[in-house]
Design a protein around this ligand. Sequence first.
Ligand code: SF4
Ligand code: SF4
Length: 478
Amino acid sequence: MNSQEPAARKVIPIVPQEADEAMISLYAAHEKIYPRSVSGFFSNWRWGMVFLTQLVFYGLPWLEWGQRQAVLFDLGARRFYIFGLVLYPQDFIYLTGLLVISALSLFLFTAVAGRLWCGYACPQTVYTEIFLWIEKKVEGDRSARMRRDAQPWSLEKAMRKAGKHFFWLALALWTGFTFVGYFTPIKELGIEFLQLSMSSWEVFWTFFYGFATYGNAGFMREQVCKHMCPYARFQSAMFDKDTLIVTYDAERGEPRGARSRKADTAALNLGACVDCTLCVQVCPTGIDIRKGLQYECIGCGACADVCDTVMDKMGYPRGLVKYTTENAMNQHWTSAQTWRHVFRPRILIYTSILAVIVVAMLVSLSLRTPFKVDVVRDRGVMARVVSGGKIENVYRLQVMNATEVTQRYQITVTGLPGLMVSSENVVTVDSTQSRWVAVRVQAPFDTATPGSHPIQFEIASLDSPGSLSEKSAFLVPR
Ligand code: SF4
Ligand code: SF4
Protein backbone atom coordinates (compact mmCIF):
# COMPACT_ATOMS: atom_id res chain seq x y z
CA MET A 1 0.00 0.00 0.00
CA ASN A 2 1.15 3.48 -0.89
CA SER A 3 2.13 5.29 2.28
CA GLN A 4 0.55 8.53 0.89
CA GLU A 5 -2.97 6.98 0.68
CA PRO A 6 -5.19 7.49 3.73
CA ALA A 7 -5.85 4.27 5.63
CA ALA A 8 -9.40 2.92 5.24
CA ARG A 9 -11.44 3.59 8.44
CA LYS A 10 -12.55 0.52 10.23
CA VAL A 11 -16.19 0.66 11.32
CA ILE A 12 -17.14 -1.30 14.40
CA PRO A 13 -20.91 -1.77 14.45
CA ILE A 14 -22.54 -1.11 17.83
CA VAL A 15 -25.27 -3.62 18.37
CA PRO A 16 -27.51 -3.17 21.39
CA GLN A 17 -26.82 -6.08 23.70
CA GLU A 18 -29.82 -8.26 24.46
CA ALA A 19 -30.18 -8.83 28.15
CA ASP A 20 -29.93 -12.55 28.67
CA GLU A 21 -31.56 -12.35 32.09
CA ALA A 22 -34.56 -10.32 33.12
CA MET A 23 -33.85 -7.64 35.71
CA ILE A 24 -35.48 -8.57 39.02
CA SER A 25 -36.25 -5.84 41.51
CA LEU A 26 -35.97 -6.90 45.11
CA TYR A 27 -38.09 -3.92 46.15
CA ALA A 28 -41.78 -4.52 46.60
CA ALA A 29 -44.03 -1.55 47.21
CA HIS A 30 -46.18 -1.89 50.29
CA GLU A 31 -49.74 -2.84 49.47
CA LYS A 32 -52.35 -1.67 51.91
CA ILE A 33 -54.23 -4.51 53.57
CA TYR A 34 -57.95 -4.17 54.18
CA PRO A 35 -58.78 -7.01 56.58
CA ARG A 36 -62.37 -8.11 56.41
CA SER A 37 -64.16 -8.43 59.76
CA VAL A 38 -64.84 -11.94 60.96
CA SER A 39 -66.68 -13.67 63.75
CA GLY A 40 -66.33 -17.16 65.13
CA PHE A 41 -64.77 -19.22 67.86
CA PHE A 42 -61.21 -17.85 67.65
CA SER A 43 -62.43 -14.32 67.03
CA ASN A 44 -64.51 -14.54 70.22
CA TRP A 45 -61.44 -15.65 72.12
CA ARG A 46 -59.46 -12.73 70.73
CA TRP A 47 -62.15 -10.24 71.70
CA GLY A 48 -62.30 -11.86 75.13
CA MET A 49 -58.57 -11.22 75.50
CA VAL A 50 -58.99 -7.66 74.20
CA PHE A 51 -61.60 -6.96 76.91
CA LEU A 52 -59.59 -8.66 79.63
CA THR A 53 -56.23 -7.02 78.87
CA GLN A 54 -57.74 -3.57 78.36
CA LEU A 55 -59.91 -3.81 81.45
CA VAL A 56 -56.74 -4.48 83.41
CA PHE A 57 -54.66 -1.84 81.61
CA TYR A 58 -57.17 1.03 81.71
CA GLY A 59 -58.78 0.07 85.03
CA LEU A 60 -55.83 -0.79 87.28
CA PRO A 61 -54.48 2.75 87.83
CA TRP A 62 -57.91 3.87 89.09
CA LEU A 63 -58.08 1.22 91.83
CA GLU A 64 -57.44 2.41 95.38
CA TRP A 65 -55.61 0.48 98.11
CA GLY A 66 -56.07 2.17 101.46
CA GLN A 67 -55.10 5.80 100.99
CA ARG A 68 -53.13 5.31 97.78
CA GLN A 69 -53.26 4.05 94.21
CA ALA A 70 -53.22 0.23 94.21
CA VAL A 71 -50.56 -0.09 91.49
CA LEU A 72 -48.06 2.72 91.24
CA PHE A 73 -44.43 2.72 90.12
CA ASP A 74 -43.13 5.82 91.86
CA LEU A 75 -39.76 6.21 90.13
CA GLY A 76 -38.99 9.53 91.87
CA ALA A 77 -39.32 8.02 95.35
CA ARG A 78 -37.97 4.67 94.12
CA ARG A 79 -40.96 2.75 95.50
CA PHE A 80 -43.17 0.32 93.61
CA TYR A 81 -46.62 -0.21 95.07
CA ILE A 82 -48.48 -3.34 93.96
CA PHE A 83 -51.60 -3.71 96.09
CA GLY A 84 -50.28 -4.67 99.58
CA LEU A 85 -46.66 -4.89 98.44
CA VAL A 86 -44.19 -2.03 98.70
CA LEU A 87 -41.07 -2.86 96.72
CA TYR A 88 -37.73 -1.06 96.70
CA PRO A 89 -35.05 -1.18 93.96
CA GLN A 90 -33.37 -3.77 96.22
CA ASP A 91 -36.29 -6.10 95.39
CA PHE A 92 -35.12 -6.23 91.78
CA ILE A 93 -34.92 -10.02 92.10
CA TYR A 94 -38.72 -10.20 91.85
CA LEU A 95 -38.65 -8.33 88.55
CA THR A 96 -36.05 -10.82 87.34
CA GLY A 97 -38.33 -13.65 88.49
CA LEU A 98 -41.23 -12.08 86.63
CA LEU A 99 -39.18 -11.85 83.43
CA VAL A 100 -38.09 -15.49 83.77
CA ILE A 101 -41.74 -16.53 84.24
CA SER A 102 -42.78 -14.47 81.19
CA ALA A 103 -40.04 -15.99 79.02
CA LEU A 104 -40.85 -19.55 80.14
CA SER A 105 -44.57 -18.97 79.59
CA LEU A 106 -43.80 -17.78 76.08
CA PHE A 107 -41.73 -20.93 75.40
CA LEU A 108 -44.50 -23.11 76.82
CA PHE A 109 -47.38 -21.50 74.91
CA THR A 110 -45.38 -21.40 71.68
CA ALA A 111 -44.46 -25.07 71.97
CA VAL A 112 -48.14 -25.93 72.59
CA ALA A 113 -49.85 -23.77 69.99
CA GLY A 114 -47.42 -21.55 68.10
CA ARG A 115 -47.94 -17.83 68.18
CA LEU A 116 -50.74 -17.76 70.75
CA TRP A 117 -49.33 -14.60 72.29
CA CYS A 118 -49.21 -12.84 68.90
CA GLY A 119 -52.69 -13.88 67.86
CA TYR A 120 -54.56 -13.13 71.07
CA ALA A 121 -52.74 -11.01 73.64
CA CYS A 122 -49.91 -9.01 72.06
CA PRO A 123 -50.60 -5.24 72.40
CA GLN A 124 -49.99 -4.85 68.66
CA THR A 125 -52.78 -7.35 67.92
CA VAL A 126 -55.08 -6.00 70.62
CA TYR A 127 -54.80 -2.32 69.58
CA THR A 128 -54.96 -3.18 65.88
CA GLU A 129 -58.18 -5.08 66.60
CA ILE A 130 -59.65 -2.06 68.42
CA PHE A 131 -58.50 0.39 65.74
CA LEU A 132 -59.95 -1.87 63.02
CA TRP A 133 -63.23 -1.97 64.91
CA ILE A 134 -63.32 1.86 65.00
CA GLU A 135 -62.39 1.95 61.30
CA LYS A 136 -65.23 -0.42 60.47
CA LYS A 137 -67.75 1.60 62.50
CA VAL A 138 -66.77 4.87 60.81
CA GLU A 139 -65.80 3.81 57.30
CA GLY A 140 -67.57 0.48 56.84
CA ASP A 141 -66.18 -3.00 56.23
CA ARG A 142 -63.46 -4.03 53.78
CA SER A 143 -65.28 -3.49 50.47
CA ALA A 144 -66.65 -0.07 51.49
CA ARG A 145 -63.19 1.06 52.62
CA MET A 146 -61.54 -0.16 49.42
CA ARG A 147 -64.18 1.54 47.28
CA ARG A 148 -63.85 4.82 49.18
CA ASP A 149 -60.05 4.83 49.03
CA ALA A 150 -60.22 4.38 45.25
CA GLN A 151 -62.63 7.31 44.87
CA PRO A 152 -61.52 10.95 44.53
CA TRP A 153 -61.77 13.13 47.63
CA SER A 154 -65.25 14.33 48.54
CA LEU A 155 -66.78 15.95 51.61
CA GLU A 156 -68.18 12.61 52.74
CA LYS A 157 -64.82 10.88 52.37
CA ALA A 158 -63.00 13.69 54.21
CA MET A 159 -65.56 13.63 57.03
CA ARG A 160 -65.30 9.89 57.50
CA LYS A 161 -61.50 9.91 57.42
CA ALA A 162 -61.40 12.84 59.88
CA GLY A 163 -63.90 11.08 62.16
CA LYS A 164 -61.82 7.89 62.16
CA HIS A 165 -58.61 9.75 62.98
CA PHE A 166 -60.37 11.72 65.71
CA PHE A 167 -61.43 8.52 67.49
CA TRP A 168 -58.06 6.89 66.89
CA LEU A 169 -56.22 9.88 68.34
CA ALA A 170 -58.57 10.14 71.32
CA LEU A 171 -58.05 6.47 72.16
CA ALA A 172 -54.28 6.70 71.59
CA LEU A 173 -53.94 9.72 73.88
CA TRP A 174 -56.08 8.06 76.53
CA THR A 175 -53.75 5.07 76.28
CA GLY A 176 -50.72 7.37 76.72
CA PHE A 177 -52.38 9.09 79.68
CA THR A 178 -53.14 5.71 81.30
CA PHE A 179 -49.56 4.58 80.77
CA VAL A 180 -48.23 7.67 82.58
CA GLY A 181 -50.85 7.02 85.28
CA TYR A 182 -48.84 3.95 86.32
CA PHE A 183 -45.91 6.20 87.22
CA THR A 184 -47.62 9.23 88.70
CA PRO A 185 -50.91 9.13 90.67
CA ILE A 186 -53.54 9.13 87.94
CA LYS A 187 -56.11 11.25 89.78
CA GLU A 188 -53.56 14.02 90.30
CA LEU A 189 -52.52 13.59 86.69
CA GLY A 190 -56.14 14.04 85.61
CA ILE A 191 -56.42 17.29 87.59
CA GLU A 192 -53.10 18.50 86.15
CA PHE A 193 -54.37 17.61 82.68
CA LEU A 194 -57.55 19.66 83.18
CA GLN A 195 -55.57 22.59 84.58
CA LEU A 196 -52.97 22.26 81.79
CA SER A 197 -50.25 21.95 84.42
CA MET A 198 -48.75 18.55 83.60
CA SER A 199 -44.97 18.40 83.95
CA SER A 200 -42.87 18.25 80.78
CA TRP A 201 -42.01 14.56 81.18
CA GLU A 202 -45.66 13.68 81.78
CA VAL A 203 -46.62 15.52 78.58
CA PHE A 204 -43.75 13.90 76.68
CA TRP A 205 -44.61 10.33 77.69
CA THR A 206 -48.37 10.80 77.21
CA PHE A 207 -47.79 11.97 73.65
CA PHE A 208 -44.94 9.57 72.92
CA TYR A 209 -46.88 6.50 74.05
CA GLY A 210 -50.07 7.83 72.46
CA PHE A 211 -48.47 8.43 69.08
CA ALA A 212 -46.70 5.07 69.21
CA THR A 213 -50.13 3.46 69.68
CA TYR A 214 -51.68 5.60 66.91
CA GLY A 215 -48.85 4.84 64.48
CA ASN A 216 -48.49 1.13 65.23
CA ALA A 217 -52.18 0.22 65.39
CA GLY A 218 -53.46 2.72 62.83
CA PHE A 219 -50.79 2.63 60.13
CA MET A 220 -47.96 0.14 60.70
CA ARG A 221 -50.19 -2.80 61.69
CA GLU A 222 -48.90 -6.01 60.06
CA GLN A 223 -45.60 -4.27 59.19
CA VAL A 224 -44.69 -4.38 62.90
CA CYS A 225 -45.31 -8.15 63.00
CA LYS A 226 -43.55 -8.83 59.70
CA HIS A 227 -40.52 -6.56 59.92
CA MET A 228 -40.04 -5.19 63.43
CA CYS A 229 -40.95 -7.91 65.89
CA PRO A 230 -37.95 -10.12 66.74
CA TYR A 231 -40.21 -12.85 68.07
CA ALA A 232 -41.46 -13.59 64.54
CA ARG A 233 -37.87 -14.46 63.56
CA PHE A 234 -37.02 -16.97 66.23
CA GLN A 235 -40.42 -18.47 67.04
CA SER A 236 -39.93 -21.24 64.47
CA ALA A 237 -37.06 -22.53 66.62
CA MET A 238 -39.65 -23.30 69.32
CA PHE A 239 -42.01 -25.20 67.01
CA ASP A 240 -41.85 -28.91 66.38
CA LYS A 241 -44.04 -31.39 64.56
CA ASP A 242 -46.43 -31.63 67.52
CA THR A 243 -47.05 -27.90 67.82
CA LEU A 244 -50.61 -26.79 67.05
CA ILE A 245 -50.54 -24.33 64.16
CA VAL A 246 -53.20 -22.92 61.84
CA THR A 247 -53.11 -25.27 58.85
CA TYR A 248 -54.94 -25.67 55.58
CA ASP A 249 -55.84 -29.30 54.91
CA ALA A 250 -54.58 -29.46 51.32
CA GLU A 251 -55.42 -33.15 51.01
CA ARG A 252 -59.07 -32.36 51.64
CA GLY A 253 -59.18 -28.95 49.96
CA GLU A 254 -57.48 -29.58 46.62
CA PRO A 255 -58.14 -29.34 43.76
CA ARG A 256 -59.84 -26.09 44.72
CA GLY A 257 -62.50 -24.44 42.61
CA ALA A 258 -65.80 -22.61 42.60
CA ARG A 259 -68.97 -24.68 42.42
CA SER A 260 -72.61 -24.43 43.37
CA ARG A 261 -73.78 -25.64 46.75
CA LYS A 262 -75.46 -28.66 45.23
CA ALA A 263 -72.64 -29.62 42.87
CA ASP A 264 -71.23 -33.15 43.03
CA THR A 265 -67.60 -32.58 44.00
CA ALA A 266 -66.60 -36.13 43.11
CA ALA A 267 -67.98 -35.77 39.60
CA LEU A 268 -66.28 -32.39 39.22
CA ASN A 269 -63.07 -33.77 40.75
CA LEU A 270 -62.95 -30.89 43.25
CA GLY A 271 -61.76 -30.73 46.84
CA ALA A 272 -63.54 -28.89 49.63
CA CYS A 273 -61.95 -25.47 48.98
CA VAL A 274 -64.39 -23.34 47.00
CA ASP A 275 -61.60 -20.82 46.29
CA CYS A 276 -63.66 -17.97 47.72
CA THR A 277 -60.44 -16.26 49.00
CA LEU A 278 -62.22 -15.21 52.17
CA CYS A 279 -59.37 -16.70 54.20
CA VAL A 280 -57.02 -14.25 52.49
CA GLN A 281 -59.42 -11.32 52.89
CA VAL A 282 -59.71 -11.71 56.67
CA CYS A 283 -55.99 -12.26 57.23
CA PRO A 284 -54.51 -9.27 59.11
CA THR A 285 -51.11 -9.92 57.52
CA GLY A 286 -52.54 -10.49 54.05
CA ILE A 287 -51.20 -14.00 53.47
CA ASP A 288 -52.81 -17.05 51.91
CA ILE A 289 -52.79 -19.89 54.44
CA ARG A 290 -53.34 -22.34 51.57
CA LYS A 291 -49.67 -21.83 50.62
CA GLY A 292 -48.60 -23.48 53.90
CA LEU A 293 -47.10 -22.09 57.10
CA GLN A 294 -45.46 -18.70 56.58
CA TYR A 295 -43.49 -16.63 59.06
CA GLU A 296 -45.98 -13.75 58.64
CA CYS A 297 -48.80 -15.87 60.13
CA ILE A 298 -49.56 -14.63 63.65
CA GLY A 299 -51.79 -17.63 64.41
CA CYS A 300 -54.91 -15.52 64.95
CA GLY A 301 -57.29 -18.17 63.56
CA ALA A 302 -59.32 -15.62 61.54
CA CYS A 303 -58.93 -17.74 58.41
CA ALA A 304 -60.14 -20.83 60.31
CA ASP A 305 -63.22 -18.93 61.53
CA VAL A 306 -64.18 -17.63 58.12
CA CYS A 307 -63.51 -20.94 56.39
CA ASP A 308 -65.79 -22.68 58.91
CA THR A 309 -68.61 -20.29 57.93
CA VAL A 310 -67.99 -21.15 54.26
CA MET A 311 -68.00 -24.86 55.05
CA ASP A 312 -71.28 -24.41 56.97
CA LYS A 313 -72.86 -22.63 54.00
CA MET A 314 -71.69 -25.35 51.62
CA GLY A 315 -72.86 -28.10 53.96
CA TYR A 316 -69.32 -29.52 54.27
CA PRO A 317 -67.69 -30.58 57.54
CA ARG A 318 -65.80 -27.78 59.32
CA GLY A 319 -62.03 -27.74 59.77
CA LEU A 320 -60.63 -27.26 56.26
CA VAL A 321 -58.48 -24.61 57.95
CA LYS A 322 -57.85 -25.49 61.58
CA TYR A 323 -55.39 -25.67 64.46
CA THR A 324 -53.57 -28.96 64.09
CA THR A 325 -50.05 -30.37 64.10
CA GLU A 326 -47.80 -31.48 61.28
CA ASN A 327 -47.71 -35.03 62.62
CA ALA A 328 -51.52 -35.11 62.96
CA MET A 329 -51.91 -34.02 59.33
CA ASN A 330 -49.38 -36.53 58.01
CA GLN A 331 -50.62 -39.43 60.08
CA HIS A 332 -54.33 -38.61 59.99
CA TRP A 333 -54.68 -38.58 63.77
CA THR A 334 -57.97 -38.05 65.52
CA SER A 335 -58.40 -35.02 67.74
CA ALA A 336 -57.80 -37.13 70.88
CA GLN A 337 -54.56 -38.57 69.43
CA THR A 338 -53.41 -35.10 68.45
CA TRP A 339 -53.97 -33.70 71.95
CA ARG A 340 -52.17 -36.68 73.51
CA HIS A 341 -49.12 -35.83 71.44
CA VAL A 342 -49.39 -32.10 72.14
CA PHE A 343 -48.81 -32.80 75.84
CA ARG A 344 -45.41 -34.33 75.15
CA PRO A 345 -42.43 -34.55 77.56
CA ARG A 346 -41.09 -31.17 76.47
CA ILE A 347 -44.35 -29.49 77.48
CA LEU A 348 -44.45 -31.33 80.78
CA ILE A 349 -40.87 -30.23 81.55
CA TYR A 350 -41.63 -26.58 80.69
CA THR A 351 -44.80 -26.72 82.81
CA SER A 352 -42.98 -28.24 85.78
CA ILE A 353 -40.15 -25.68 85.68
CA LEU A 354 -42.67 -22.87 85.34
CA ALA A 355 -44.74 -24.16 88.26
CA VAL A 356 -41.63 -24.48 90.46
CA ILE A 357 -40.51 -20.91 89.68
CA VAL A 358 -44.00 -19.48 90.25
CA VAL A 359 -44.37 -21.29 93.58
CA ALA A 360 -40.82 -20.27 94.64
CA MET A 361 -41.56 -16.65 93.84
CA LEU A 362 -44.88 -16.67 95.71
CA VAL A 363 -43.29 -18.33 98.75
CA SER A 364 -40.40 -15.88 98.66
CA LEU A 365 -42.80 -12.94 98.46
CA SER A 366 -44.91 -14.21 101.34
CA LEU A 367 -41.82 -14.81 103.55
CA ARG A 368 -40.14 -11.57 102.58
CA THR A 369 -38.96 -9.37 105.46
CA PRO A 370 -40.97 -6.15 105.17
CA PHE A 371 -37.96 -3.88 105.59
CA LYS A 372 -34.49 -3.48 104.10
CA VAL A 373 -31.20 -2.30 105.52
CA ASP A 374 -28.02 -1.13 103.80
CA VAL A 375 -24.89 -0.75 105.91
CA VAL A 376 -22.04 1.55 104.85
CA ARG A 377 -18.93 2.19 106.95
CA ASP A 378 -18.62 5.94 107.45
CA ARG A 379 -15.35 6.63 105.66
CA GLY A 380 -15.35 10.23 106.89
CA VAL A 381 -14.72 9.05 110.46
CA MET A 382 -11.60 7.00 111.14
CA ALA A 383 -11.58 4.08 113.55
CA ARG A 384 -10.47 5.70 116.82
CA VAL A 385 -9.90 5.19 120.53
CA VAL A 386 -12.50 6.97 122.65
CA SER A 387 -12.93 7.61 126.37
CA GLY A 388 -12.97 4.48 128.47
CA GLY A 389 -10.23 3.01 126.29
CA LYS A 390 -12.65 1.65 123.71
CA ILE A 391 -12.26 1.46 119.97
CA GLU A 392 -15.04 3.08 118.00
CA ASN A 393 -16.14 2.71 114.36
CA VAL A 394 -18.99 4.72 112.84
CA TYR A 395 -21.42 3.30 110.27
CA ARG A 396 -24.29 4.69 108.24
CA LEU A 397 -27.38 2.49 108.04
CA GLN A 398 -30.19 3.06 105.59
CA VAL A 399 -33.36 1.51 107.03
CA MET A 400 -36.23 1.14 104.55
CA ASN A 401 -39.71 0.49 105.88
CA ALA A 402 -41.67 -1.52 103.27
CA THR A 403 -44.90 -1.52 105.27
CA GLU A 404 -47.61 1.10 105.39
CA VAL A 405 -47.37 1.73 109.14
CA THR A 406 -44.66 3.42 111.22
CA GLN A 407 -42.17 0.86 112.54
CA ARG A 408 -39.43 0.75 115.21
CA TYR A 409 -36.27 -1.24 114.55
CA GLN A 410 -33.73 -2.41 117.10
CA ILE A 411 -30.08 -2.54 116.02
CA THR A 412 -27.58 -4.91 117.63
CA VAL A 413 -24.14 -5.96 116.51
CA THR A 414 -22.15 -9.21 116.87
CA GLY A 415 -18.83 -10.63 115.71
CA LEU A 416 -16.28 -9.58 118.38
CA PRO A 417 -16.23 -10.03 122.18
CA GLY A 418 -17.77 -7.01 123.93
CA LEU A 419 -18.93 -5.40 120.66
CA MET A 420 -21.92 -3.08 121.18
CA VAL A 421 -23.91 -0.23 119.68
CA SER A 422 -23.06 2.87 121.72
CA SER A 423 -25.43 5.29 119.97
CA GLU A 424 -29.23 5.13 119.95
CA ASN A 425 -30.12 1.55 119.02
CA VAL A 426 -33.82 1.93 118.24
CA VAL A 427 -34.75 3.68 115.02
CA THR A 428 -38.26 4.80 114.07
CA VAL A 429 -39.12 4.94 110.36
CA ASP A 430 -42.40 6.28 108.95
CA SER A 431 -44.56 4.15 106.65
CA THR A 432 -42.98 3.37 103.25
CA GLN A 433 -40.10 5.73 104.06
CA SER A 434 -36.39 5.14 104.34
CA ARG A 435 -34.05 6.80 106.81
CA TRP A 436 -30.27 7.13 107.11
CA VAL A 437 -28.91 6.84 110.67
CA ALA A 438 -25.36 7.11 112.02
CA VAL A 439 -24.53 4.17 114.30
CA ARG A 440 -21.49 4.18 116.60
CA VAL A 441 -20.09 0.74 117.45
CA GLN A 442 -17.56 0.24 120.24
CA ALA A 443 -15.40 -2.68 121.37
CA PRO A 444 -12.92 -3.08 124.26
CA PHE A 445 -9.35 -1.97 123.34
CA ASP A 446 -7.86 -5.47 123.56
CA THR A 447 -10.74 -7.28 121.85
CA ALA A 448 -8.87 -8.03 118.63
CA THR A 449 -5.58 -7.61 116.83
CA PRO A 450 -5.08 -4.53 114.61
CA GLY A 451 -6.74 -4.89 111.21
CA SER A 452 -10.19 -5.52 109.77
CA HIS A 453 -12.60 -7.95 111.42
CA PRO A 454 -15.95 -9.16 110.01
CA ILE A 455 -19.01 -8.26 112.07
CA GLN A 456 -22.82 -8.50 111.62
CA PHE A 457 -25.52 -5.99 112.23
CA GLU A 458 -28.77 -7.59 113.41
CA ILE A 459 -31.84 -5.46 112.79
CA ALA A 460 -35.17 -6.60 114.22
CA SER A 461 -38.56 -4.99 113.88
CA LEU A 462 -40.19 -4.28 117.26
CA ASP A 463 -43.68 -3.84 115.80
CA SER A 464 -43.94 -6.77 113.39
CA PRO A 465 -42.16 -10.09 112.92
CA GLY A 466 -38.95 -10.15 110.94
CA SER A 467 -35.24 -9.54 111.35
CA LEU A 468 -32.27 -9.03 109.05
CA SER A 469 -28.56 -9.58 109.27
CA GLU A 470 -26.07 -7.39 107.34
CA LYS A 471 -22.33 -7.95 107.10
CA SER A 472 -19.72 -5.25 107.65
CA ALA A 473 -16.17 -4.85 108.98
CA PHE A 474 -14.78 -3.42 112.22
CA LEU A 475 -11.36 -1.77 112.00
CA VAL A 476 -8.91 -1.92 114.89
CA PRO A 477 -6.17 0.75 114.52
CA ARG A 478 -2.46 -0.01 115.25
S1 SF4 B 1 -61.99 -19.69 53.07
FE1 SF4 B 1 -61.83 -21.91 52.95
S2 SF4 B 1 -62.98 -22.39 51.11
FE2 SF4 B 1 -62.56 -20.20 50.99
S3 SF4 B 1 -60.65 -20.08 49.85
FE3 SF4 B 1 -60.09 -20.15 51.98
S4 SF4 B 1 -59.72 -22.31 52.37
FE4 SF4 B 1 -60.87 -22.21 50.47
S1 SF4 C 1 -52.98 -17.01 57.94
FE1 SF4 C 1 -54.81 -17.20 59.23
S2 SF4 C 1 -54.00 -17.48 61.29
FE2 SF4 C 1 -52.30 -16.74 60.04
S3 SF4 C 1 -52.36 -14.51 60.36
FE3 SF4 C 1 -53.57 -14.95 58.51
S4 SF4 C 1 -55.66 -15.16 59.28
FE4 SF4 C 1 -54.35 -15.29 61.05
